[in-house]
Design a protein around this ligand. Sequence first.
Ligand code: C5P
Length: 231
Amino acid sequence: MTQDSSLFVVTIDGPSGAGKGTVAQRLASKLGFHLLDSGAVYRAAALHALENSADLSNEGAVLASVRAVQPRFLQDDGQIQVFIGDKDVTVELRSERTADAASRIAAMPSVREALLQLQREFAQPPGLVADGRDMGTVVFPQAQLKVFLTASASERARRRHKQLKEKGTDAKLEGLMREIEARDLRDSTRKSAPLAAAEDALVIDSTSVSIDLVTEKLLQEIADRRNIAVP
Ligand code: C5P
């Protein structure tokens, strides 16, 4: 895959709840870059399959449903709104039911292949911040900066719990922890594009480092690589 040299691509991969989404949003809005939340791409595809009652254990049926879905992503100051047809599915995408289905269909190689082009189209000047599991390893292997952001499972469960609570959803911490661990295991042991840091990724453990500090560090890193002042 070749990449336009006037384009600066930052990839942020890592397990769920490590803070990738928040860091990616903040970087994109500070830098005026496009934003790809690739988890939302998988979630939209999964939601569509669920709504069509596709059998999630049948790769052919899921693929047919995924090929038929054309999610639209509207970006406004770092926030992304997702539509399937005319329906705003932004809130629905965040449910644990959709997340679990996303993780299941994401293990299917033909589904990953079918979603590649859609994700690569986000790479437009002046730049892109893409977050997910395989952004640096598969989707944008020539990215100028690759980050692997991680945190302990208990810290990630705690953060997810807080996030859900703020949105008015009451979820049990232990349940979230179990779901996170199950999803981690499935994401990192699947055959197709397993969750892994790219060889040339900058690995950051955010367990005891604030998201503000991680963002600052990355803004500095990007400014250094672009040879410009920190925005
Ligand atoms: O990041 P998020 O929790 O929204 O992702 C939902 C699921 O989509 C993940 O558990 C993972 O299985 C899948 N995913 C993926 N590759 C990506 C982004 C998400 O496999 N690049």
